[in-house]
Design a protein around this ligand. Structure first.
Ligand code: HH2
Length: 261
């Protein structure tokens, strides 16, 4: 899943990509590099990021959705707002990726009446405050319980289980140790449903390597491969070409690939 941040302030590059021409060019580049899926977002969720009104979010993402609709890859929209979900779905979005885990009033209803895919992510608190000393009694079981409960609520509303992916939300209200426990525990979370994992360029990589955001690709690739080994079905990344290469080599070298699995 290639990341298309149509934002002025994303943590990963701090490049203003709110100009639709720039954002569409970036999206096309990710498809050319081999993305299977694009995730288009109009609101940064980096720690401390300010909330963006729905109208602004829609102004940012709709031109990209329209332009990429016939690109041959499914389009995901990264949003927490039911209003944005509904409009994005009416404009051809295939998947809604909600970092709020469909907890906002109306979020489940916005997707239930359609046949879109959904990604339920775990976040503790909200982006403005989530990194203020997050605490858990037991992070893995708490995240698993949240994801399982939201999956059940979606299913009760009519969303079939094969439409649902789950995401532990690396970096969203978690300390370094929490993130590491979740990454190491993906196999247990996998029992709740198919997993999407986003660790690309995140602070967990920075904390482990001492690298700034622009220098975190090698660490991100290592974390991505570990996530796939532990059962992630989808990896959300900024660097699509490098991720493809790493996965191609890794797959050729793993027993599963040799056995033709
Ligand atoms: N991470 C970010 C945003 N959306 N969605 C899911 N499902 N999983 C993630 O790990 C995830 C996500 C943060 O990364 P990015 O989009 O690069 O930054 P920003 O939110 O600052 O735009």
């Amino acid at each position: 899943m290639g990341i298309v941040n149509v934002t002025p302030d994303s943590f990963s590059d701090r490049i203003d990509r709110t100009d639709p021409v720039e954002a569409i060019a970036w999206a096309r580049r990710l498809v050319a590099e081999g993305a299977d899926l694009l995730d288009i977002g109009g609101e940064s969720t980096r720690p401390g990021a300010p909330a963006v009104p729905a109208a602004v979010e829609l102004d940012r993402i709709l031109p990209v959705l329209e332009a990429m609709r016939d690109s041959g890859v499914p389009l995901s929209v990264d949003t927490r707002k039911p209003e944005v979900m509904r409009v994005a779905l009416a404009h051809g979005a295939d998947l809604i990726n909600d970092v709020g885990g469909f907890t906002a009033p109306g979020a489940i209803d916005a997707v239930a009446a359609t046949d879109c895919g959904v990604c339920v992510m775990h976040m503790k608190g909200d982006p403005a405050t989530m990194q203020h000393a997050p605490e858990y009694a037991e992070v893995l079981s708490e995240v698993a319980a949240f994801l399982g409960a939201q999956r059940d609520a979606l299913e009760r509303a009519g969303v079939a289980s094969d439409r649902i992916m789950l995401d532990p939300g690396i970096g969203f209200g978690k300390s370094l140790e929490h993130n590491l426990m979740l990454m190491r525990g993906l196999a247990a979370l996998r029992e709740q449903g198919p997993l999407l994992v986003g660790v690309s360029r995140k602070s967990v990589i920075g904390r482990l390597t001492g690298r700034e955001v622009g220098e975190r690709l090698p660490g991100s690739l290592a974390a991505m491969l570990a996530a796939v080994r532990e059962g992630a079905s989808v990896v959300r990344v900024h660097d699509v070409a490098a991720t493809r290469d790493a996965l191609t080599v890794w797959r050729a070298l793993t027993t599963e690939a040799l056995n033709g699995a």
